[in-house]
Design a protein around this ligand. Structure first.
Ligand code: ATP
Length: 234
């Protein structure tokens, strides 16, 4: 479905991603784990057209995405929930959700998806008229995910959805990700919380300073001694 080959990303003299290959197959949850600054966010940004690769190829359903705009990529069905949520603070919850669907014209589909988002995140329905800035951290994460789902994506790119959340909410967010996937959306998940990410991922890649140093099923990696020592505190 999504294939990345020889991807390089540079910011001036900083070589953030150094020729990585990865693949996401339809129906999977794939996670990218690794230390701060390893290049995980940069990869998601390249996939959604927010940064241009300096070399390599990104293909999605056989189409090369390298030169596509972020808007075109979204239209193709790739939706990005950025790190730190980035909700629109001066707008209500409902306006934020509607913005997620701004490229769609199928009014009935939009209405159906709004109901589906409200079913998944009932708190967003309760708060629909409230300024999004007044939501709690967990609620803002739900809003950011809900907004991405309003684009009716085939692939959801999630950047650190558990960041800054209380443990009970972290669990809830991961359950929601699993459920979104079970209902047919493919997921590429970047996480610092390696334990939780590996527990829900079909496959995983481990990044260190711009390189992928290990890959395998979520189970294989969570059982690996090396991974346990480096990322799971065991
Ligand atoms: P984290 O888990 O801390 O978010 P990450 O693995 O997502 O880290 P990236 O955000 O992709 O890592 O950053 C990779 C490297 O590229 C880092 O060294 C970072 O400082 C650098 N970098 C990222 N964005 C820029 C930018 N716009 N300009 C310069 N350097 C950048």
């Amino acid at each position: 479905m999504l294939k990345v080959e020889g991807l390089n990303i540079k910011y001036g003299a900083i070589h953030a991603v150094k020729g990585i290959d990865l693949e996401v197959n339809e129906g999977e949850i794939v996670t990218l784990i690794g230390a701060n600054g390893a290049g995980k966010t940069s990869i998601l940004k390249a996939l959604s057209g927010l940064v241009k690769p300096s070399a390599g190829t990104i293909t999605y359903d056989g189409k090369v995405l390298n030169k596509c705009s972020a808007q075109d990529i979204m239209k193709l069905g790739i939706s990005h929930v950025p790190e730190g949520r980035r909700i629109f603070a001066g707008m209500t919850v409902l306006e934020n959700l509607e913005l997620g669907a701004y490229q769609r014209k199928d009014k009935d589909g939009i209405k159906r998806d709004l109901e589906a988002v409200y079913d998944r995140f009932p708190i967003l329905k309760d708060r629909s008229k409230q300024n999004a800035a007044t939501l709690s951290g967990g609620e803002q994460q739900m809003l950011a995910m809900g907004r991405a789902l309003m684009a009716n994506p085939k692939i959801l790119l999630l950047d650190e959805p558990s960041m800054g959340l209380a443990p009970i909410l972290v669990k809830e967010i991961f359950n929601i990700i699993k459920d979104i996937n079970a209902k047919g959306t493919t997921v590429l998940l970047v996480e610092q919380n390696a334990r939780m990410a590996l527990s829900i991922a079909h496959r995983a890649y481990v990044m260190e300073t711009g390189n992928i140093v290990m890959s395998g099923t979520g189970k294989e990696l969570s059982e690996s001694e090396e991974i346990q020592k480096a990322y799971l505190g065991g």
